[in-house]
Design a protein around this ligand. Structure first.
Ligand code: SAM
Length: 265
């Protein structure tokens, strides 16, 4: 299987600084409290979501295939109190092929991680693994950006973020998509400026699978799941196909229960 995490070999260092303002933590914490532990976060990266979940008292396992992202998560966890550390487990594994021999009440694929599954094969393998690891009344939460054709071909200065030491982190991105509109290629140019002088510069690139809300829904349904919630953000916003984000919560469709009801008639 081809690597889908190579961009993070360079981008791990400033990941948390750049994405500090993503406002999904309360959403996942509330969902995890509702579902109850244990929680599995696939593609957990630096533990941006996983560490707060462990802090909130839940047992949580994180899987990621990039060892630098995981090392950062380990370092963050090592600064937490012993009970938080005890509740968190980090595993270096591929989301398309893993077997933990146990089931979870909540599985999370946060922050467009699902878009790293580049081919239908990758998607099917990962969904089959998720289904095997989800308890029969468990929940799967998946968030993806919503692709809009007008935004898929552009070069722009994304954003500048001030780092804790006063340096400025600057990212420019160039986006393009294939003719079929299934994959987006993203090129990033990163720069760090100190007192107006550039002190570091590097490039990274990645591909992402484009998923319209109905395609994501079909992917989940194909894996034997049914949607129980659909959101357009992390604060109860209704799903808007013209919006930026789709968040689905799904649960296994237990066919045998329906069959059992039919047989009892
Ligand atoms: C967008 S980041 C999300 C990290 C974290 N979930 C968050 O919300 O901040 C995507 C993560 O997916 C990981 N990743 C990409 N492909 C993967 C794969 N096939 N298996 C496991 N992890 C993968 C990357 O290493 C990276 O840490």
């Amino acid at each position: 299987m081809e690597r889908t995490d190579a961009a993070y070999d360079t981008d791990w260092e400033y990941y948390d600084d750049f994405y500090a303002d993503v406002d999904d933590l309360d959403f996942y914490t509330a969902l995890a409290r509702r579902a109850g532990g244990p929680v599995l976060e696939l593609m957990c990266g630096t533990g941006r979501v996983l560490v707060p979940l462990a802090r909130s008292g839940l047992e949580v396992t994180g899987i990621d295939s990039n060892h630098l992202m995981l090392e950062k998560a380990h370092r963050k966890l090592s600064r937490e109190p012993a009970d938080v550390q005890k509740r968190a487990t980090l595993l270096n594994a591929d989301a398309r092929q893993f077997e933990l021999g146990r089931r979870f009440n909540l599985v999370i694929l946060a922050f467009s991680s699902v878009n790293h599954l580049l081919t239908p094969d990758d998607q099917d393998r990962s969904m089959a693994c998720i289904r095997r690891h989800l308890s029969d009344d468990g929940l799967l939460a998946v968030a993806s950006f919503i692709p809009h054709p007008a935004k898929l071909h552009s070069g722009k200065l994304d954003r500048e973020v001030e780092l804790s030491n006063g340096d400025l982190l600057i990212r420019h991105s160039t986006l393009s998509s294939d003719a079929a509109g299934t994959l987006m290629h993203v090129g990033y140019r990163w720069q760090v400026e100190r007192a107006g002088r550039m002190v570091r510069e590097w490039n990274s690139e990645l591909d992402l699978r484009l998923l319209k809300p109905n395609q994501l829904k079909a992917l989940l349904e194909g894996a034997g799941l049914q949607l129980v919630e659909r959101w357009g953000g992390y604060r109860d916003e209704p799903l808007d196909p013209k919006g930026d984000v789709v968040v689905f919560v799904a649960t296994p469709r237990i066919v045998w229960k329906e069959n059992a009801k039919l047989l009892a008639r």
